[in-house]
Design a protein around this ligand. Structure first.
Ligand code: FAD
Length: 486
């Protein structure tokens, strides 16, 4: 008699989220499970953020808060100690260090390696890595059939979508420069080979984390030209700093999620003024929000969410996604020396201008201007209008009604267990999502401190749906596991 084939879970996307979902399935499942991790384009186990090969690209979160395993808060720091170059660094210093992102990629790869090539052959979970693109998914009885770019198909009992960040949205006129050698539409694909002579100029569109990466690389390569960066708000991310113990925020007994947007804005303004009067950087209020943000976002009405995005999100992002102090110091020095110039304007078009690319701008007061450069990089941040996704897989899920946009059109609509809600309102029997696809549902669904909890939670849900978890796991309090933030 042959034993029945084990349940097959396919994870689409092998960045942090998908890799950690696979690792957690292997850690949790006490019964046979076959896991296939399908990834393409970016390095498996690393994704957009940790696939960088540049040593100057640093994490924007200190080592102490970058564990990939929520219930082992010190795991990343302990892993760092296995490397000769960090073995002798005092603990207090190592915990506060902003590590190179490629080192964090090594950490993820080593976790994945441990579980995909288990030394203990008795492990009931097998993980296979597949370098391919998932293009389509359709129901096949109670299961899902996934079609890959290679033409192969996979039959899955459950599917986790961990497709991550999409490249930036197109800008007006992008089609006129699509094949221009000086145009870089995807800032996460190597552009160093295109760096022009210093006199020919570089323009970076956007002033967020991706643009910061590009600036830091140009400085590391000692490129001597002027770097122009442009965005509507002209704000570079702020630096991390040491806050103070502030027992007054959030005020005792106040449920932040019950205040509504107007009440919250009032409260925040009041406390920022108090901290400023004390000589303290009020940006620390944003950190204090961290454990409450998802609940607040979920309690907002759609009108409040839209107003927050329109009126407050640019400022929020600058304060929330802070960067390593050493990176911030380099940006400040480049601004002071004139090597970096920031323009505050919207991009109204890009166009070919001979060997260069022209960028047309309009400032808030209506003033129009333009810049020209031999290299223009679109670093305006991941494209977030889900219904206009350029992913063939996600387009097909929408077309088939297997997914629908959330009410903010930032990602997929999911239930409390991250299971997709189909167009007709039915909860999908096999599809789950984690990572940036949950941005519209949770708002904060982008950085490791949130994603590690999601990767564990979805794995727990899928293991529970099958067979009992490994001994010891059932007692792990989900709240304790997921709510570990700072
Ligand atoms: C420049 C930058 C720096 C950052 N720095 C930090 C930091 O220091 N700390 C922090 O906590 N967060 C940081 N982040 C946030 C970061 O996005 C998350 O930490 C995390 O890397 C997101 O991982 P992910 O797996 O969800 O998505 P991604 O990293 O985008 O990975 C998704 C993967 O899925 C693949 N994929 C997509 N569609 C398919 C398909 N159809 N078939 C097969 N494969 C597919 C993609 O090619 C990719 O490999 C940074 C983000 C950026 C952009």
């Amino acid at each position: 008699m042959t034993s029945p084939s084990p349940r097959h879970i396919v994870i689409i996307g092998g960045g942090f989220s998908g890799t950690m979902a696979a690792v957690n399935l292997a850690r949790l499942s006490g019964s046979p499970l076959r896991v296939t991790l399908v990834n393409h384009a970016l390095p498996s186990g690393r994704g957009v953020a940790y696939g960088t090969r540049r040593p100057e690209h640093l994490l924007n979160v200190a080592a102490r808060n970058m564990t990939a395993l929520p219930e082992y808060p010190n795991h990343f720091v302990e892993w760092l100690r296995t490397r000769t170059e960090y073995a002798g660094v005092p603990d207090a210093e190592l915990r506060e260090t902003f590590m190179p992102r490629r080192v964090y990629g090594d950490y993820l790869r080593s976790l994945a390696q441990h579980y995909t090539r288990p030394v203990d052959q008795r492990s009931p979970v097998t993980i296979e890595l597949l370098d391919d693109e998932a293009r389509d998914l359709e129901p096949d009885g109670p299961r899902a059939r996934i079609t890959l770019a290679s033409g192969a198909t996979l039959a899955a009992d459950q599917v986790i979508l961990a497709t991550g960040n999409e490249p930036p949205a197109d800008l007006p006129g992008h089609e006129t420069v699509a094949s221009h050698p000086g145009w870089c539409a995807n800032p996460w694909i190597d552009w160093e080979g295109k760096i022009p002579a210093p006199a020919d100029g570089i323009v970076l569109l956007g002033t967020g984390l991706t643009t910061v990466d590009a600036i830091i690389t140009l400085l590391a390569l000692d490129w001597r030209g002027t770097i122009h960066a442009v965005s509507r708000n002209g704000l570079l991310p702020e630096s991390h700093f040491k806050g103070i113990d502030d027992p007054h925020f959030p005020p005792a007994g106040v449920e932040l999620a019950g205040l509504g947007l107007e009440g919250l804005v009032r409260l925040v303004e009041e406390h920022c003024a108090r901290l400023r009067a004390q000589g303290v950087n009020p940006a620390m209020i944003v950190d204090k929000f961290r454990p409450h943000t998802q609940r607040i976002w979920q309690a907002f009405s759609d009108a409040e969410r839209r107003e927050f995005v329109a009126r407050h999100s640019a400022r929020w992002n600058v304060l929330r996604h802070r960067i390593a102090p050493s990176i911030h110091r380099q940006l400040t020095a480049a601004l002071d020396s004139g090597r970096l110039k920031i323009s505050r304007a919207g991009v109204t078009g890009v166009r070919p201008a001979g060997a260069r690319i022209g960028v047309d701008l309009r400032a808030r007061d209506g003033t129009v201007s333009s810049l020209e450069a031999a290299l223009v990089i679109n670093g305006t941040g991941p494209h977030t209008r889900f219904s206009a996704t350029r992913s063939p897989l996600l387009q097909n899920l929408l077309r088939r009604g297997l997914a629908q946009p959330d009410t903010m059109d930032m990602g997929v609509l999911v239930g409390a267990d991250f299971g997709l809600v189909e167009r007709g309102g039915r909860h999908s029997p096999f599809l789950y999502a984690i990572g940036p696809l949950l941005r519209g549902t949770l708002w904060e669904s982008i950085a490791v401190p949130e994603l590690r909890g999601q990767a564990l939670r979805v794995a727990q849900t899928l293991v529970d749906a099958g067979a009992p978890a490994k001994a010891g796991w059932a007692e792990t309090s989900e709240a304790a596991v997921i709510e570990y933030w700072i």
